[in-house]
Design a protein around this ligand. Structure first.
Ligand SMILES: NC(=O)c1ccc[n+]([C@@H]2O[C@H](COP(=O)([O-])OP(=O)(O)OC[C@H]3O[C@@H](n4cnc5c(N)ncnc54)[C@H](OP(=O)(O)O)[C@@H]3O)[C@@H](O)[C@H]2O)c1
Length: 245
C-alpha cells in the first residue's frame, strides 16, 4: 500500500520509536496521522493529531476505533519492558504488565481495528515485535514471553485478515536507541532506521522486517537454537549469577 495518502494511527506516539514512526509517516505524505498516547498532551510533533489511548483499556480502545474510523494503517508500537527474570524477579506483576500491554493490548487493537481496515479496503497493520520473540534471554525473560505471544498473534491475524486484503507486518529488532534500551551499552539501531525500513516494507507488501543484524542472525539460527543460540546465553547468565560478569 502507499503511505502517501494513507490515514495512519500510531500507538505510543509520544516518544521513542512511536515518535519516529509518526514523523516518517508525515514525511512520506500520509493524509492524516493519529498519534495515540496515554498522555495526548505529550504528542507535539507537527502534523500529528493527538489521541488519548491506553491500549490496556478495552473501552478506550473501542472508543478510539470508532473515533478514528478512517484509519487504513495501524501501527501497534506501544510496549513495555520490565527487565524481569521468570524465577527471581522482585515484582511478579512485571510479567503480567508486559503480557497485558504487549500481547493483550495489541490483540485488543487488532480486534477493534479489523473492521475499520476492512472498510478502508484492507490497509495494513504493523506490529512492533522484538528479536526476543524468537528466543528467551533471562535478562528480559517475561518480556520475551510477551513478544513471542505477540509474534504468534501477528502470524494468526495475518491469516485471519487475508480475506479482507489486510497486510500484516511483523517487525523484529534488537536494541533500538530509545529510553527502553537506555540501560545497555550494546549496539543499537536508530529509531529512524527502523521506521524507514518498516514503511518501505509496507509499501512493498512485505510481511516481515528483520531490522538489524541481531534479528537476522538469530532468526537464521532458529532451527539449531540449542546449539547456536542458547549456549552463549547460558554462559553469560552463569557468569552473571556467579558474580564474574
Ligand atoms: N528500544 C528497544 O530496544 C526495542 C527493541 C525491540 C522492540 N522494541 C519495541 O518497540 C516498541 C517501542 O518501544 P520504544 O523503544 O520506543 O520504547 P519507549 O521509549 O519505552 O516507548 C514506549 C512507548 O509505549 C507507550 N506505552 C507503554 N504502555 C502503553 C499503554 N498501556 N498504552 C499506550 N501506550 C503505552 C509509552 O507511553 P508512555 O510515555 O505513556 O509510557 C511510550 O510511548 C515497543 O513495542 C518495544 O517493545 C523496542
Amino acid at each position: 500500500m502507499n503511505i502517501s495518502g494513507s490515514v495512519a494511527l500510531v500507538t505510543g506516539a509520544n516518544r521513542g520509536l512511536g515518535l519516529a514512526f509518526s514523523r516518517e509517516l508525515v514525511r512520506r505524505g500520509a493524509a492524516k496521522v493519529y498519534g495515540a498516547a496515554r498522555n495526548p498532551a505529550a504528542v507535539t510533533e507537527p502534523g500529528v493529531l493527538p489521541v488519548a489511548l491506553d491500549i490496556t483499556d478495552g473501552d478506550q480502545v473501542e472508543r478510539v476505533a470508532a473515533q478514528c474510523a478512517d484509519v487504513s494503517l495501524l501501527v501497534n508500537n506501544a510496549g513495555v519492558l520490565r527487565y524481569s527474570t521468570f524465577t527471581s524477579a522482585p515484582d511478579p506483576d512485571a510479567a503480567r504488565q508486559e503480557m497485558e500491554t504487549n500481547y493483550f493490548g495489541t490483540l485488543r487493537m487488532c480486534r477493534a481495528f479489523a473492521p475499520v481496515l476492512a472498510a478502508a479496503g484492507g490497509g495494513a497493520i504493523v506490529n512492533m515485535l522484538s528479536v526476543t520473540s524468537f528466543f528467551t534471554n533471562p535478562f528480559d525473560a517475561s518480556y520475551g514471553a510477551s513478544k513471542a505471544a505477540e509474534w504468534s498473534l501477528t502470524n494468526g491475524v495475518r491469516i485471519e485478515l487475508h480475506h479482507q486484503g489486510t497486510l500484516v507486518v511483523a517487525v523484529h529488532a534488537g536494541f533500538i536507541d530509545t529510553e527502553m534500551a537506555a540501560l545497555t551499552d550494546a549496539p543499537k539501531i536508530s529509531p529512524e532506521s527502523v521506521a524507514a525500513q518498516v514503511f518501505d516494507a509496507v509499501e512493498a507488501g512485505q510481511v516481515e522486517v528483520l531490522a538489524d543484524e541481531r534479528s537476522r542472525d538469530i532468526k537464521a539460527k532458529l532451527s539449531r537454537d540449542h546449539e547456536l543460540i542458547y549456549p552463549p546465553i547460558q554462559e553469560f547468565w552463569d557468569a552473571a549469577v556467579s558474580g564474574t560478569s
